[in-house]
Structures are given as structure tokens and as C-alpha cells.
Write a protein that binds this ligand. Structure first.
Ligand SMILES: Cc1cc2nc3c(=O)[nH]c(=O)nc-3n(C[C@H](O)[C@H](O)[C@H](O)COP(=O)(O)OP(=O)(O)OC[C@H]3O[C@@H](n4cnc5c(N)ncnc54)[C@H](O)[C@@H]3O)c2cc1C
Length: 398
């Protein structure tokens, strides 16, 4: 079959791009190896956080152009999500309000500096600092040394968002094929993506999200190192307890590099996520590993039932800047959001859709980023990354 654009991957990257393209009148085919949202997009913590990872690196490498880029895109993903949720009536429990809590006193200084910087740049109106003595107003935990609330970020049910956007895309004519693993992607004069059943010929191909190493050639070689992140969901909490631990129903992430993140679901479960180990292997018992962290943050939840536990892979690039660009002139890629992908995938989808339409400005900037590569193969690279994470965890604890 033929289309203007063939997208490989049916997570946020693929579906957000498909929707951006379909809104502009392109014919689009999405090929997904499993089910829509099966990867990180359907498993994540649902924290919709402004900006993208690696902002300091973007500023230091691109200077003024980088600062302008960051200001332009900071809330772009959030805005796209909010407008799609409204336009397509997607039921994904979207709520505004996200908070970074200072795990160490020195982290509060960094939050203050960040808010000052944003206020000086004229876009800090949605940020609010919470002083250590005032923390009870925002969280029922004594563990933290202050916080920053971002009222324009928030949280949502990620799988329902992904499925809702896929439905909206299908409504605009996007053809979505599940259980269709792509086995080959060829650029050149007659680009196509092949599956066991056939091929899609398209003017442009988009590798949307983390792919198997065989597709990670050229600029993607040695770039991406997946690492595990895990979440537990408690039993539904009594309203009084939910209000006590999270009185403003905020999504919360702490300021450590190897961080804890949590929020309440619409049915008042605490979804508590974090990293379980530094071996880069899935833990044998996610509940047993995450429970001590959960009760350290909220001792009042000692003994609470953990009804669900799951994990997924976070796509880490060493520079922390998402990798958005072209493997060949008509084969695009987008990946490496470093655990910060709800907003960033939607930004990337728009940037790639713009580029396919001939507006290259933002894609060009991302392509200029000099990434760090590990020319050591996936296994060794993952072990090195695990060691690096352990280093950061120890540093967090100091
Ligand atoms: C446990 C966890 C918690 C997280 N929490 C947050 C959070 O709270 N906030 C946040 O912003 N980010 C979070 N993230 C990160 C975020 O989920 C990801 O950055 C984002 O979902 C990436 O979307 P994606 O579409 O690029 O990748 P994915 O969702 O992984 O989608 C890629 C898709 O491509 C498909 N695919 C792969 N190879 C092929 C092939 N050969 N042919 C066809 N299809 C293929 C896969 O099946 C998959 O469905 C979290 C991640 C994890 C794992």
C-alpha cells in the first residue's frame, strides 16, 4: 500500500505525529508491532511536565537559538495535549498541577534560581515556590525541603490519552495496523517500511520511539540505552487519606537524578514510581522493592495493599537531549526523551510534522546537537549506564 507518510511505532511519538500530519491533510499509515500504547506510552507515570530533558545542554550548545527554542516549546506539548483532549473529548483524567519537591536543602536553592530565571525571562507566572515551613499545604510528607509547583503542567491517564489520540487520528483517516512489526526500513528514491505481510511505500518514513538496534544506524548508532522504571499502584485510598497526602492533587517528582515520582489516579490510588535497581535487569519483585521508598515518603501508608505493579523501558541518551532528526533525507527519527516523554513526544511530533511539510527550523536545531555515543554495543552500554545511575544515586544521597 502507499501513503504520504508511514510511521513505525504506535506510542505517543507515532500517534502524536500521525495526528499532526492528518490535521494537515497528509495520508498516514501507522505500523505498530504490538498494540497501541504497548510501550512506554501506555505504562508511564502520567506526569505531564513542561519542557524537555537536557535543557542545559541545549542552551550550552546552541546559545541564544537554544534559549529561544526552549521558550517556544516549553509548554507546546502540554498545550497540544490539552487542546486535543478538549477537541476530541478524550477521557484521560487530565488535570493541571505538577510539583518538584526538593530532596535536599541545596535542591531548593536550585529551584529558587530556576524560578528567578523564568520570571526574569517573563514566562514564570505559572510557577510557585513553596517554602519548607509551608509544605503541609501541598504534601503530607516530612521528607522534603521545599518545592516548586507548576500550574501549567499536570497529570493524566497515559494509556487512555494514547488510545484517544489514536481514535482521533483514525477518525481523520489515519490507517493503523497493530501486531505489524516492521522488519525493514529503506530510504532512498523509493522509501518503504516492510512487515512480514507486505510493505508501505511512502514519501517519508518516521521511526517513532525506541526501535530495535537494527534500525539504529547512522546518527542513531550507539546513542540510546534503555533502562527500567517501575510503578506500583495502591488500593484506592479513603478520601481523607488521599487529601492528607496530596491535598491539591498534584503530580509530584523529587529533584534527585534517580528520582521518585507519584500522583493520585482518578480512583484515588497512589501511583508511586521509581527506579528499582542498578543492574539494569528487571527486579524480581517490584512491590517489595518500591514499598520501602513509598513508606519512607508517606509513613501513613504503612501496610497499604499494592494492587498493581508494572515497569517499562525509559529511552536514555547520554546528553539527555531528545534525539530528533533524520537518519536519511526522508527517514526521520524521534526518541531519547529520558523519562520525560508525555509532553516531549507531542513536541517532537509537531517538529517532525513541520519538517515533513518543509519547515525545518526546529528540526535543524535538534540535528545540530552533538550527542555522546558509546561505541560499545547495547549490552556493555547498558552496564555502563547502570553504573552511571548508581553514581548519581550515591550523589543524590550526599
Ligand atoms: C515506567 C515509566 C514511567 C514513565 N513516566 C513518565 C512520566 O510520568 N512522565 C513523562 O513525561 N514520561 C514518562 N515516561 C517516559 C514516557 O513514557 C516515554 O518517553 C514515551 O512514552 C515515549 O513514547 P514513544 O512513542 O517514543 O515510545 P513507546 O511508547 O515505547 O512507543 C514505541 C512503539 O514502537 C513500537 N515498535 C518498536 N519497534 C517496532 C517495529 N519494528 N515495528 C513496529 N512497531 C515497533 C513499540 O511496540 C512501541 O509501541 C515513563 C516511562 C516509563 C517506562
Amino acid at each position: 500500500m502507499t501513503a504520504d507518510v508511514c510511521i513505525v511505532g504506535g506510542g505517543f511519538s507515532g500517534i502524536a505525529t500521525a495526528l499532526s500530519l492528518a490535521e494537515r491533510g497528509y495520508t498516514v499509515v501507522v505500523l505498530e508491532a504490538q498494540r497501541i500504547g504497548w510501550g512506554a506510552s501506555g505504562r508511564n507515570g502520567g506526569q505531564m511536565i513542561a519542557g524537555i530533558s537536557g535543557e542545559h545542554r541545549i542552551e550550552s550548545q546552541l546559545g541564544e537559538a537554544g534559549r529561544k527554542l526552549l521558550a517556544d516549546i516549553r509548554y507546546l506539548g502540554n498545550d497540544i495535549i490539552e487542546s486535543r483532549v478538549e477537541r476530541h473529548q478524550i477521557r484521560c483524567d487530565l488535570k493541571r498541577g505538577w510539583m518538584e519537591v526538593a530532596a535536599r536543602p541545596r535542591h531548593m536553592q536550585a529551584l529558587r534560581a530556576y524560578v528567578d530565571e523564568r520570571l526574569a525571562a517573563g514566562d514564570g507566572d505559572d510557577l510557585e515556590l513553596v517554602e519548607p515551613a509551608d509544605m503541609e499545604r501541598v504534601i503530607g510528607s516530612r521528607l522534603y525541603h521545599g518545592a516548586m509547583v507548576d500550574r501549567r503542567s499536570g497529570h493524566l491517564h497515559p494509556l487512555n490519552l494514547c488510545l484517544g489520540e489514536a481514535r482521533a487520528a483514525a477518525g481523520l483517516g489515519v490507517e493503523i495496523f497493530e501486531e505489524s512489526p516492521v522488519t525493514d526500513v529503506v530510504g532512498g528514491d523509493r522509501p518503504f517500511a516492510a512487515t512480514a505481510q507486505g510493505r508501505v511505500e511512502a514519501a517519508s518514513i518516521v521511526l517513532a520511539g525506541m526501535m530495535e538496534p537494527k534500525f539504529e544506524t547512522g546518527p542513531l548508532n550507539g546513542l540510546l540505552f534503555p533502562t527500567g522504571s517501575y510503578i506500583v499502584a495502591t488500593e484506592p485510598l479513603p478520601e481523607r487519606v488521599a487529601r492528607e497526602i496530596n491535598p491539591q492533587d498534584l503530580a509530584v517528582a523529587d529533584s534527585n537524578v534517580v528520582l521518585d515520582y507519584f500522583r493520585l489516579s482518578a480512583d484515588r490510588r497512589l501511583l508511586f514510581g521509581g527506579r528499582c535497581n542498578y543492574s539494569n535487569r528487571d527486579p524480581r519483585d517490584i512491590r517489595a522493592t518500591l514499598r520501602p521508598r513509598l513508606t519512607q515518603v508517606f509513613p501513613q501508608l504503612e501496610g497499604v495493599a499494592l494492587d498493581y505493579a508494572w515497569g517499562g523501558k525509559i529511552d536514555i541518551v547520554l546528553t539527555r537531549v531528545p534525539a530528533i532528526g533524520r537518519r536519511e533525507p526522508n527517514v526521520y527519527y524521534m526518541q531519547g526523551y529520558c523519562g520525560h516523554g508525555v509532553n516531549a513526544t507531542h513536541i517532537a511530533g509537531q517538529i517532525v510534522a513541520d519538517a515533513i511539510g518543509g519547515t525545518m527550523e526546529k528540526l535543524d536545531l535538534f540535528e545540530k546537537i552533538r550527542h555522546v555515543r558509546l561505541p560499545v554495543g547495547q549490552f556493555l552500554g547498558n552496564q555502563m549506564l547502570a553504573l552511571g545511575m548508581l553514581y548519581y544515586r550515591l550523589r543524590d544521597l550526599l
